[in-house]
Design a protein around this ligand. Structure first.
Ligand code: ATP
Length: 354
């Protein structure tokens, strides 16, 4: 069942010519974790604010659960939408202790019990009397989440909640927040411009561009089979190659070889296309059919990212990004051989990459 439905929602800010959100339609399933992902200014925060009720749509309608909360003849104010919010800066009340922050909006009769339950859920039992400044960044984050969840909202909206955390804590908190949301069973909508946050935390990623949806899919679908060049380049690094659909319809022929390809958009054999080949699909192999010269090699801990210049069939050259096992010794100027694996090959449009 869909918990949140946006139906052709448009929002244009006064004095701005192009809409911040442009006829956007989206269904979010109950209990799912969804991330609105895209570059700065693409309309993510505006979409979240429209769901929360901090902005009114100019056209279209929004429903949460059974109720239409915004539309031509409907308006439900933010405090009656059953929505909890978590902001980037946690925004705890600095003069209130943890228990008072979490219990702020709860009816007195159930406050103590629900505060205790929610602090247990976020692993902060016993922290009731601490003041916000006596907590670490990660603990403040969990208090903010507890406050949003305490009133048992239908939906929790999170605007860049990890942005102010340092890298290690961020990775830990992503997993922790995922666990807490799953345990609470709440539908959650995140806003992020960070693809690794989105890949790690979401059931569904909505990639946005210029107020519109570019692609909706699971993290795996978005990463492995981007539909457009924008998605291929925004979510991870990729190699864009000219090619054409193979005779069997389930492969692509590129200058670096023929690769099985499950995502051909059902284009007929022979159609010229642009192909996205993630570095994850290029495997260094002493017996591989492709040859190239390493131009750059960067050790990342998990792999060596090598930029390899290869000779193309037409006499030209192309630089492709290849991942090597960190134990492989690869340096600039080395000649290497590699092969194309099918897992991360996707057609992203007709015509060449230009
Ligand atoms: P960021 O990642 O930078 O927060 P975003 O994807 O969340 O960006 P929005 O904040 O939704 O994008 O903004 C979408 C567009 O609307 C941008 O062009 C922005 O400049 C404009 N905009 C946002 N808020 C207002 C406002 N209050 N008044 C006028 N224009 C606004």
């Amino acid at each position: 069942m869909a918990e949140i439905v946006l139906d052709t929602v448009t929002k244009t800010y006064p004095g701005i010519t192009s809409p911040a959100v442009d006829a956007l339609s989206l269904e979010i399933k109950a209990g799912s974790v969804v991330t609105l992902l895209g570059p700065s200014g693409c309309g993510k925060t505006t979409t979240l604010r429209l769901i929360a009720g901090f902005e009114r749509p100019d056209a279209g309608s929004i429903s949460i659960g059974e109720a239409t909360v915004a539309g031509p003849t409907a308006w439900v104010p933010p405090e009656r939408r059953g929505v909890g919010m978590v902001f980037q800066e946690h925004a705890l009340f600095p003069h209130l202790d943890v228990a008072s922050n979490v219990g702020f909006n709860l009816p007195r009769a159930e406050r103590a019990e629900r505060v205790a339950e929610t602090l247990e859920l976020v692993d902060l039992a016993g922290y009731d009397r601490r003041m916000p400044h006596e907590l670490s960044g990660g603990q403040q984050q969990r208090v903010a989440l507890a406050r949003a969840l305490a009133a048992r909202p239908l939906v929790v909206l999170l605007d860049e909640p990890f942005a102010s955390l340092d890298a290690d804590l961020r990775v830990h908190m992503r997993a922790e927040v995922r666990r807490i949301l799953a345990e609470a069973g709440t539908t959650a909508v995140f806003v992020s411009h960070d693809q690794s946050d989105a890949l790690a935390i979401s059931d569904t990623i909505v990639v946005m561009r210029d107020g519109r949806i570019e692609q909706v899919g699971s993290p795996r679908e978005i990463y492995q089979f981007p539909h457009t060049r924008f998605v291929a380049e925004f979510v991870g690094r990729t190699n864009l190659l000219a090619g054409r659909i193979g005779e069997d319809g389930d492969s692509v022929v590129t200058d670096i070889g023929v690769a099985p390809c499950r995502h051909t958009h059902d284009l007929p054999p022979g159609t010229p296309v642009t192909v996205s080949v993630r570095a994850d699909s290029l495997e260094l192999d002493a017996e591989g059919p492709l040859r190239g010269v390493v131009r750059e090699a960067t050790y990342t801990g998990r792999s060596i990212d090598a930029m390899v210049e290869i000779q193309l069939a037409d006499g030209g050259t192309a630089d492709v990004l290849v991942h090597a096992h960190p134990e492989q010794v690869i340096t600039c100027g080395d000649e290497v051989r590699f092969r194309v694996l099918p897992e991360f090959v996707a057609v992203i449009g007709e015509g060449g990459p230009g």
